[in-house]
Design a protein around this ligand. Sequence first.
Ligand code: HEC
Length: 209
Amino acid sequence: MIRWLTVLSFVLIGAQPAVKKGPAAPPEAADGPAYTAEGQLKFPEDYREWVFLTSGLDMSYTPNAAAAKHSVFNNVFVNPSAYKVFVKTGTWPDGTMFMLENRGAEGNHSINTRGQTQAVEVTGTELHVKDSAHGGWAFYNFDEASRNPKGSALMIPKAATCYACHEQHAAVDTTFVQFYPTLLGVAKEKGSFSKEYLKEMEAPAAAAK
Ligand code: HEC
């Protein structure tokens, strides 16, 4: 009897590695960027299940910018695996994805008689992705016009103004953490502000308001 148990346990132990092996786990997080065979970024359909960072209203980056006729909200989301790393370290890991989603503002909707709420229709979706295998930090525009029928987009060329503004003014690693209230304190505590942002903080008068 004991001998049989010994044989049985050998069989079980021997079988274990084979059971554990299975298909190789992908090295990157499951909520990270995915690409088509042609290297276009696939639209992350589930971004509304990501972590919400902020809503900006009618943001503008030029002095004396004229008020828009119709107000626009922009909502920022980040993929959960990257958010968790940021909270621990104050930095963004490879595979970080941000979504900037635009929605028109609506007044006088349902019982609302004052103030503005967000429209159902999405008027723009832009992504900011950190992926060392795909050019480091890169921007993608999924606005209707540039979105192809398969729901993927080419990287916006590095000469675009997106890159320069984010590099020169964003608080942490080309991302605008200074406007993400739950993350600003984390960056401060971990000391991960960019040197450009620290300079802007020293001379606030010189920084674009
Ligand atoms: C003049 C400065 C400026 C330019 C140019 C600019 N952005 Fe931004 N971007 C911002 C600011 C400020 C925020 C923070 C928005 C907020 O707080 O709601 C932001 C946030 C974002 C985010 C959210 C993630 C992050 O990096 O913080 C994405 C995605 C984004 N921008 C995409 C783009 C794309 C694509 C372009 C070019 C077509 C672009 N931006 C050009 C200033 C800029």
